[in-house]
Design a protein around this ligand. Structure first.
Ligand SMILES: NC(=O)c1ccc[n+]([C@@H]2O[C@H](COP(=O)([O-])OP(=O)(O)OC[C@H]3O[C@@H](n4cnc5c(N)ncnc54)[C@H](OP(=O)(O)O)[C@@H]3O)[C@@H](O)[C@H]2O)c1
Length: 320
């Protein structure tokens, strides 16, 4: 099968399209023929690790898993002997966070892994561009009690995580203020933001309003800058570790010694959530935001674009 392979860490050019052996499903796995996948920031972080912890997971000197890609949408073409939930021909979507392997024509997924039937109102391309952002977003949003903490500010609202956070916060009853670039203001409003701040014109940390929650989905700000727009008892979340991994330390220290808290939950995918994502999408509460689509052969170009940090929503890779 064709796959994007990286035998070493490095710049996007380490990704090469090669013919490799097609995986064979174990008894508890299905074989998915991938129609579409995505390039996301996690792929980039594992291709060229910035943090040493990534090498601890992925290999100190070279990557153990040489095919990246965590999102997939496709069709079941192989079934392990013990599989009962899926059958040949089923259209599915899902996620292989930290396991990877979806930048390829085929991937094996455990029947009880992060996989479900593709939402009936989405194309394969759309279904390949929802799970990673949603999984990261739900990791924050589900922890917020919107009955008590309605007012939420989301910075980086136009990114993959940001667009998912805005839609989820709206779904759970939050009153969303979204911070984005001029060109993305209409988009974030259409996703559910009631108020928008253009970061090219205004510093959101200097606004008059006070929020229950500040969620920095792009990790460009910091707890110290955001403290003044957080109410006492308010919560700060960030998708990035911050300067000298401060968000890890602040998440331990602030609940004990500060009136405002930093939380830094570690994301994890599971099948229950993917089933919930399908319901959310089919109920009309969530839509895919796709910036660009590239064929698998142009994975280097797609990756370079993702690494600009300027994509709006998601970048899809068309495999079939
Ligand atoms: N915690 C985790 O496990 C985890 C996992 C994956 C990713 N991440 C991190 O989370 C961050 C966001 O990921 P993502 O995939 O959502 O990123 P992304 O899709 O690349 O989004 C970046 C978005 O942020 C906007 N942006 C850029 N600079 C901004 C600024 N100063 N203020 C407000 N918005 C700004 C960009 O819009 P314009 O260019 O139009 O301005 C773009 O739409 C990344 O730093 C990534 O490394 C964390």
């Amino acid at each position: 099968m064709r796959a994007s392979v990286n035998i070493k860490y490095g710049s996007p050019e380490v990704l090469q399209i090669k013919e490799i052996a097609q995986p064979i499903p174990q008894a508890d796995e299905v074989l998915v023929k991938i129609h579409a996948t995505s390039v996301n920031r996690t792929d980039c972080g594992f291709r060229q690790p910035e943090y040493f912890i990534v090498r601890l997971i992925s290999g100190i000197f070279k990557p153990r898993r040489q095919v990246l890609g965590s999102e997939f949408a496709g069709e079941i073409v192989g079934i392990g002997a013990n599989v009962t939930r899926f059958k040949l021909g089923d259209a599915v979507f899902g996620l292989k966070t930290y396991k990877f392997g979806t930048h390829a024509e085929f991937v094996c997924v455990k029947e009880n892994g992060s996989i479900d039937f593709k939402p009936s109102n989405m194309s394969y391309q759309e279904a390949a561009a929802v799970c990673d952002g949603l999984m990261l977003a739900i990791n924050y949003i589900r922890r917020i009690d919107f009955k008590k903490n309605k007012k939420i500010l989301i910075n980086g609202a136009s990114g993959s995580i940001g667009t998912a956070c805005v839609q989820l916060a709206k779904y759970y009853g939050g009153e969303v203020t979204a911070v984005a670039n001029t060109k993305s203001l209409e988009l974030v409003k259409s996703l559910g933001a009631t108020r928008v701040i253009d970061y090219t014109k205004e510093d959101f940390t200097a606004c008059e309003e006070i929020f229950d929650v500040v969620l920095d989905a792009v990790g460009k700000s910091s707890y110290y800058k955001c403290k003044k727009i957080l109410k006492p008892g308010g919560i700060y979340y960030s998708s990035e570790l911050g300067f000298m991994a401060q968000n890890i330390f602040l998440s331990i220290w602030t609940p004990l010694f500060s009136r405002r808290k930093v939380k830094f939950p570690i994301p994890k995918d599971n099948q229950e959530d993917v089933i919930f994502f399908k319901e959310l999408i089919e109920g009309g509460h969530f839509r895919a935001v796709i910036d660009k689509t590239y064929p698998l052969e142009q994975i280097v170009e797609a990756t370079k674009y993702v690494e600009t940090g300027e994509k709006t929503g998601n970048v899809v890779i068309q495999v079939v």
